[in-house]
Every structure is written in structure tokens, then in C-alpha cells.
Design a binder for this molecule. Structure first.
Ligand code: ATP
Ligand code: MG
Length: 490
């Protein structure tokens, strides 16, 4: 018979010290009695010569038998007792050992019967699930499993009972444990059967894999970022090649468009005279009276289109630029802001009658490339201007120092159209634009974002649809703050 590992009936096997069973004791008693009846006279006769003494002894023969067997029975019982005591101690020791083992295990151990009722848990289970042991014993293991997985768990249990062997539960599946406070956490469960003659128990080893899952997610993210960086690098090479290829023919179109405009302007008076003298005539199937306006528009369209292509090509070149330029310049944000405002002056004037700039005092310098930082500021101001719907809406730019984090901040706040929540996560994506119809390329912010990252800075957006947008550009300050208001860009 297989011993039950978790019961008190676990007797040690010690063949040299077999305890005498009641059957053996009774048989022995009977055997001694029968022997005594048959052989006592013979033994006494051979031992005692004196007939008087022999008669006396025979009178007490019964007493002698009783004393002799009582002694024997006493000896047997005492011996049995000792053996039982030593067996109990051995069981106690081995029980303590396995309890110590269970308690020391780094995994949670739950032992349940085939109906799923918990028989035993170790300390780790209390820590993992937040229950006290007494709250778990006798309860169903379902209380440790989220409701949504209970049905699946019952299915696993059934399948396991049909094919008992050590293996992990729900291999490759996402298992979760349910804590007393209702929170869930990812677990891995390995099952081991404990089969005895009395019953079959299932021992589950539960491991909390939250940390491992977190590390895996992190690794996955890094991998994706690497792939993305690789894709962007490849795209960058492709884009700069394409940009170069488009630039050359586009320059012809731009140039020729200008020449065509001049040609048309020169030819027009001659055609007008001809029209007056000879009446209307056809140009590419169109009467001159209509073509006169139309052709000017067509030539203008060619030049406009070519200029748009040029803008896209230049943005693509910026976007794909691998060379970061001189990143070691000491940049005074207020000064760069001033020069950026000069560049976008006309657009700002057209867009708002409420433009305000608050230059912060005592800002530290930042390290980086002046032209690139200026490009970012121009992009932010341009976007803000383009978001304004009428000149009564305000545009405010503020610079200040966030001492706590040693950061220089440039804040562009507009009262424009705002950004729809569903677009928020996409505005930095290359080619994402809501202004395609007004010649937006969707590259402005993706270029700005890359530049800001190269400068170890941040670009954060806060926007409400229909109310406006606030962009915060933060760049790390160089340790010693200087009065930067008077510095001019190099
Ligand atoms: N201040 C802002 N207010 C409202 N929407 C904004 C603002 N700044 C950016 N956006 C949104 O982000 C999108 C992407 O901006 P981005 O500067 O990259 O491209 P664009 O301005 O559309 O095109 P381009 O910069 O090439 O002219 C914009 O189309 C717009 O939807
Ligand atoms: Mg833009």
C-alpha cells in the first residue's frame, strides 16, 4: 500500500523491529497455554526431585502460569508501545520536514482534491493571494481564479484528471490569479498528481509572472522601437534619394513656369491686337476670349504646383537628414525665439490681432543647434497661426525656467481649432496632416519631434477641440544660468 504523504498513518518501514500484532500475541498466548498444559508436569518432574516440594509446586502451577504469561504480555505490550512511539516521532519529523519544505518554497503551493477543494496551502500562497490559510482550507480553488477563467479552469482540471502526470497547466495560455482584493495577476501553474490508495490529490505550483511579463513587454517595445528606427533609417535613405531625383526636374518646371509667365505676358498684347483685328480664334480648341484668362491661370497653376513640390522635397530632406549638424552650440532660447518671430512675422500679423510674447528672465543656455531649434519654434508658431480661425483669437508665447528639473520651457498657446482627441497620438507621425487641402505636408511636427529628441528635450501637447492648443517645448539647461536676453544668435 502506498503511504498517504499528508496523513498521520504514514508508518515507517523498519523490518528489524516489527511490532507484534494482536493476532500474534493471542496465538502466542494460546501456544504457551497449550504447551504448559501438556508439558508442565513433565518439566516440573524433571526439574524437582523432592516429591513434597513437587506437590507444593503443582498446587501453585496455575499461579506460576499466570505470572509467567503476565510477564510476557507486559514485555510484548511495552515493546509495541515503544515501537509505536518511535514511529509517531518519525512521522512527526517527516511531516515537519515536508511542511518546512513547502513553506520554504519560492512558489505558491496549493494541494486540492479531485473536486477542487483546497486541502493545504503554503505561506507563499497567502502572500500571493492575500488570504489567510484558514480562509482557504476547505474552499474551492475557484476562489483563486478570475470568474471569466473558472469555466476554462474546470475544463483543465477534468482533462488533467483523465491523464495524470506532472505538467504545466494550460500550456501557452494566459492564466491569471485572483487576489482577495479583487485584483488579478498573471501566473504560471505546474501540476503534479499525488496518488494514494485513499484518494488522488493535485499539487499545483503557482508562480507570479508579473515581473517577467513586464520585462517581456519592455523587450517587445524595445524590439519594436529598434525595428521602427531601422525602418525610419531605411525610409530616410529612400526619401533623400527620391527627394534629390524629384528636385532636379522640379527646378526645370519652376524655372520654365516663370519663363512661360513672362512669355505669356509678352505675347498677350500681340494676341489682343490680333483678336481685335480678326475676331475670336481658337487656342487648343478654346476661343481666345476664354483662353486669355484661363492660360494665365494654367501657367500660375504649374508654378504653384512646382513650389508645393519644392516645399515637400525640402521638408523630406529635413526629415531624412542623418547629419545632426553642430550640436554643441550654446543656444539662448529668447534670442532664437526673437529671430524666429521675425521670420514668421507676416503670418502672425495675418492670423491674429492678439499676439503676445513673454520672455522669461535668467534662463540658462541650452546645448544644441541654433538653426534646428529655430526651425522647431517656427513650426510651432506656424501651426498655431494656421489653427487660428480669426484675428480675435489669441496667440501667446512664453519662455521660462523650470528650476526643479533644470529645463528651459517655451510655451506656445493658441485659441485656435484645437486637436481632436483621436488625432492626438498621430500628430507627430510623418505625413499626418489635417491641412492637406491648404498645402500641409504633415512633416512639420515629425521633423520638430526628431530635432527635440536629438536635443534630449520634450514636446508635449495639451489641446481641447474648439478651444485651443498649448505646446510646451522643454530643453535641458546648461548648468550655469546666464542672462540670455542680450545674447544674439551666432
Ligand atoms: N496648434 C495646433 N492646433 C491645432 N492643430 C494642430 C496644431 N499643431 C499641430 N496640429 C495638428 O497636427 C497636424 C500635423 O502638424 P504638422 O506641423 O506635422 O503638419 P502640417 O502643419 O499639417 O503640415 P506642414 O507642417 O507640412 O505645413 C496638423 O495637420 C494639425 O492637425
Ligand atoms: Mg506644420
Amino acid at each position: 500500500m502506498k503511504p498517504h504523504p499528508f496523513s498521520e498513518n504514514n508508518t515507517p518501514r523498519n523490518s528489524s523491529r516489527i511490532s507484534l500484532t494482536p493476532g500474534i500475541i493471542t496465538l502466542g498466548y494460546l501456544a504457551i497455554g497449550v504447551l504448559w498444559i501438556f508439558f508442565s508436569d513433565f518439566i516440573l518432574n524433571s526439574l524437582v526431585d523432592d516429591p513434597m516440594l513437587l506437590r507444593q509446586i503443582q498446587l501453585y502451577k496455575g499461579w506460576i502460569y499466570v505470572l509467567l504469561t503476565a510477564g510476557l504480555i507486559f514485555w510484548v505490550l511495552r515493546r509495541n508501545n515503544r515501537l509505536a512511539e518511535s514511529a509517531r516521532k518519525t512521522i512527526e519529523e517527516s511531516r515537519n520536514q515536508y511542511v518546512a519544505l513547502l513553506e520554504a518554497a519560492s512558489e505558491g503551493i496549493v494541494i486540492a482534491d479531485t473536486r477542487g477543494l483546497i486541502k493545504l496551502v503554503n505561506k507563499k500562497v497567502e502572500q500571493l493571494f492575500g488570504y489567510r490559510r484558514s480562509e482557504l482550507i476547505g474552499q474551492s480553488v475557484d476562489m483563486l481564479i478570475p470568474k471569466i477563467q473558472q469555466e476554462q479552469h474546470a475544463h483543465y482540471r477534468k482533462a488533467y484528471l483523465e491523464d495524470l502526470k506532472t505538467r504545466s497547466m494550460g500550456q501557452g495560455r494566459h492564466l491569471e490569479g485572483l487576489r482577495k482584493n479583487g485584483s488579478v495577476f498573471p501566473i504560471e501553474v505546474s501540476l503534479s498528481p499525488v496518488v494514494t490508495d485513499e484518494e488522488t490529490l493535485i499539487m499545483s505550483f503557482v508562480t507570479d509572472i508579473s515581473e517577467r511579463k513586464k520585462a517581456e513587454a519592455q523587450a517587445e517595445l524595445h524590439q519594436q522601437q529598434l525595428m521602427q528606427a531601422d525602418k525610419m533609417a531605411t525610409l530616410g535613405i529612400l526619401v533623400s534619394g527620391v527627394a534629390h531625383e524629384i528636385n532636379n526636374p522640379n527646378n526645370y518646371i519652376l524655372l520654365n513656369g516663370k519663363i512661360l509667365t513672362k512669355v505669356w505676358n509678352d505675347v498677350l498684347p500681340i494676341l489682343d491686337v490680333h483678336h481685335q483685328q480678326s475676331g475670336d480664334f481658337l487656342m487648343a480648341g478654346m476661343p481666345f476670349s476664354r483662353a486669355r484668362e484661363k492660360i494665365a491661370q494654367l501657367i500660375y497653376g504649374i508654378s504653384e504646383g512646382a513650389m508645393r513640390i519644392q516645399k515637400i522635397v525640402n521638408s523630406l530632406k529635413d526629415f531624412a537628414r542623418q547629419d545632426k549638424g553642430d550640436m554643441n552650440q550654446e543656444v539662448a532660447i529668447n534670442v532664437v525665439l526673437e529671430s524666429a518671430i521675425v521670420i514668421v512675422h507676416n503670418l502672425v500679423k495675418k492670423s491674429t490681432g492678439h499676439f503676445k510674447v513673454n520672455y522669461g528672465d535668467g534662463l540658462p543656455l541650452v546645448r544644441g543647434n541654433i538653426q534646428q531649434i529655430e526651425q522647431v519654434i517656427i513650426n510651432l508658431i506656424t501651426n498655431a497661426c494656421q489653427a487660428l480661425e480669426n484675428p480675435s483669437q489669441k496667440l501667446t508665447i512664453t519662455t521660462r525656467y523650470r528650476r526643479r528639473r533644470n529645463e528651459v520651457l517655451l510655451i506656445v498657446a493658441d485659441e485656435g481649432v484645437g486637436i481632436a482627441p483621436e488625432n492626438m497620438s498621430r500628430i507627430m507621425d510623418p505625413f499626418f496632416t489635417t491641412r492637406r487641402d491648404t498645402s500641409g505636408t504633415g512633416l512639420g511636427l515629425s521633423i520638430s519631434y526628431r530635432i527635440v529628441k536629438d536635443h534630449k528635450g520634450e514636446l508635449t501637447y495639451d489641446s481641447r477641440l474648439g478651444e485651443g492648443t498649448t505646446v510646451v517645448l522643454s530643453l535641458p539647461g546648461i548648468k550655469t544660468p546666464k542672462e540670455t536676453r542680450i545674447l544674439r544668435p551666432v
